[in-house]
Write a protein that binds this ligand. Sequence first.
Ligand code: H2U
Ligand code: ZN
Length: 351
Amino acid sequence: MQSHRRFNPLTGEWVLVSPHRTQRPWQGQVESVASIGPAHDPNCYLCPGNRRANGEENPDYRTTHVFTNDFSALVPTVGEGAGVGGQDSLYRSQPVSGECRVICFSPRHNLTLAEMTAEETACVIDAWSRQTIELGRVHKWVQLFENKGAAMGCSNSHPHGQVWAGDFLPNEPAKEDRSQRAFFERHQEPLLLACARRELETGDRIVAANQHWVALVPYWAVWPFEVLLLPLMPLRGFAELTGNGREALADILRSILIRYDNLFETSFPYSMGWHGLPSQCAENPHWQLHAHFYPPLLRSATVKKFMVGYELLADPQRDITPEQAAARLREVAGVHYRTRQVPGAPSPIAG
Ligand code: H2U
Ligand code: ZN
């Protein structure tokens, strides 16, 4: 229960852990809890058959659907450098080229990844794989992510994620590349494989595991219920994910997300995303494919953690320990709370 700092070997940064602070009262901002919408929302720009902001009509898709983001942050550059590129010892810039897409996970407006079947989840994994491989032929870094819930700035409750691909290595993967490379040079083993092995030995930060994957609250977690999803075998990227590994991924993704929803019996908000081998890098045995889940909620469906003050200016800080967070996620049921049948009551997800 004593304050201490923990080191994040993936980024080379420290986090302050102060477990004794969990008892303090909260009279601040509370988040609203969204109600569950209809299966098809005529005002949703992602539902099948609806018109998007740019006037285009979505097809009548049945599983997943991918389209170019109408407001892409990264766009293919026209010509060399496109007029940018200041270079002096103080201020620097570089031209960037890329593309952004939106991935609808399902035609059903009110379905989240947490409540999808294993087959539906596998379709999303296939979409992630296809996008990574396709965009990786052209771009150096392909970032897959999902922002879920208003608390994470998501603009639309239709189940969807995004993919941003660009011709440069962004900050977070650049840090991870450096750390994983240095660890591999020293130990001839991928850092995240060593980490997965260590976690299986102790078990106290594990949330769920199967033959191919382990989901855990990392030793160095910053967000209260942060989760890191790691493969148990050498696996650098989606291009190497096949057969049983893919099925096992669908299985463990569902366990993580069901536990998240069950924790506060709410549709749990988060930002999640994938990091894997940068494109066009043949010789990089230090990389392991992994997913980060960063949920903002702290004590209930309505009280979130703020990254402010000391966290912005000094070190990020957490109250409950990663071990306590993992124990809570392990303790909740592995069956989604909305499918738990109350005797005599109609199924809450019918229709
Ligand atoms: P969020 O995942 O943050 O809610 O963003 C949804 C994305 O969908 C956002 O990047 C895009 C926005 O640019 N979008 C379209 O491409 N077309 C639309 O008609 C509306 C939103
Ligand atoms: Zn919709």
